[in-house]
Design a protein around this ligand. Structure first.
Ligand code: PLP
Length: 368
């Protein structure tokens, strides 16, 4: 067998996106694929060689900064939300000289904060949530002590797509004189394009940094995560000297790093513009409503009214349902609290896909 046929045979075993309602990634936009191909051999880890690509990255950060209400934002395109979250916390830790420090995150925060805690040797305190699965402000405040260096709020929680009260968290961070990181890995390219966007970003003075991933709703090619800081000073806390490269210092976590995510994210945002993105998000929200009504009609109740294009339905049999879908070639996920199935309605989840999904769901329910 020739190697390409061999590769195809592996690739064919992957589940196609049109059967996936669990992922925050999607089929990249055609312009993203074209842009990606143009940048396949670029190493942004050595920006003096790839000066044009490095300039493009700065333009993309500026573009994201404009969407997120901060023209002066500094940052870079990284491997994903995990790296972005680790780097935000690393910057805050390096800014604070004390040894034993902690951060306060909602218990609904992504597990990348546990990785950050372990790698950076800092305690990660977890605050409970209210009945709508938003972080409980009273609990956050009670967990803050004189070793707390930062708070975290999530704009688009992984499990429910809920938005924490960022406005209030920002005020609290300002009051306590600590940093606030907003994890908008998913919501950062959804919320700005909703009809009534919640002010989750740098518009709040207490927000020091923000994670926003173009490889999720930005329809860029993988990997394309994003970390944006309020200003350049936060990048300085990340700098390490680089003895033999074209740059003297490096603030990124990885050394060699691709520009494919930069090019593909830039291409999508530039080509679609604000109106194009709004159209895509509108379509996803319309399809989320269809999923909501169809699954409700099967006798399920949603955990919360969907805030963005993620919807979860309570069920004691959530895991069994998920496994039955998997047997039939579909991937959905479950959440921990409450027991529920979770569906992410990305651009590849079209009305046609929803029809097939619901008909599979009916068959599964009749077999349960
Ligand atoms: C809110 C949030 N933050 C961070 C991440 C981690 O992103 P990545 O998988 O790109 O590292 C995710 C992934 O689902 C997420 O939903």
């Amino acid at each position: 067998m020739d190697v390409i046929d061999e590769l195809k045979s592996f690739r064919e075993r992957d589940v196609p996106y049109t059967r996936v309602l669990s992922s925050m990634c999607t089929i990249p936009h055609p312009i993203a694929v074209e842009a990606h191909k143009m940048f396949i051999n670029v190493n942004l880890g050595d920006p003096g060689i790839f000066r044009g690509s490095f300039e493009l990255e700065k333009k993309l950060i500026e573009m994201l900064g404009r969407i997120l209400h901060n023209q002066k934002a500094s940052g870079y395109i990284c491997s994903g939300g995990t790296e972005a979250n680790i780097q935000a916390i690393r910057s805050f830790r390096n800014k604070n000289k004390s040894k034993k420090v902690n951060i306060v995150v909602p218990k609904t925060a992504h597990f990348s904060f546990d990785k950050a805690g372990e790698i950076l040797c800092i305690e990660v305190k977890k605050a409970g949530v209210d009945e709508n699965y938003r972080v409980d402000l009273g609990e956050v405040e009670s967990l803050v002590d004189d070793r707390t260096i930062a708070l975290v709020g999530v704009a688009g929680t992984t499990e429910l797509g809920q938005i924490d009260p960022i406005v209030e968290l920002s005020k609290l961070a300002e009051e306590k004189g600590i940093d606030l990181h907003v994890d908008a890995a998913f919501g950062g390219l959804v919320i700005p394009f909703l009809d009534n966007p919640y002010p989750f970003d740098f518009v709040n003075r207490g927000v020091s940094s923000l994670t926003v991933d173009p490889h999720k709703m930005g329809m860029a090619t993988i990997p394309a995560g994003g970390i944006l800081f309020r200003d350049e000073s936060y990048l300085k806390f990340l700098e390490i000297e680089t003895p033999y490269l074209t740059s003297k210092t490096q603030f990124t976590l990885t050394g060699t790093r691709p520009a494919t995510g930069v090019a593909s994210a830039y291409a999508v945002l530039k080509q679609l513009g604000f109106d194009g993105m709004r159209k895509i998000v509108k379509e996803c929200m319309k399809n989320t409503k269809i999923v909501l009504e169809e699954v409700q009609a099967l006798g399920f109740e949603q955990v919360i009214e969907p805030v963005m294009n993620i919807v979860a339905f309570k069920s004691d049999k959530a895991e069994k349902i998920r496994d039955k879908f998997y047997e039939k070639g579909w991937v959905i996920s479950t959440i921990r609290e409450p027991k529920a199935i979770r569906l992410v309605v990305m651009p590849h989840v079209t009305e046609e896909v929803i029809k097939e999904f619901i008909s599979t769901f009916k068959k599964i329910l009749s077999d349960l």
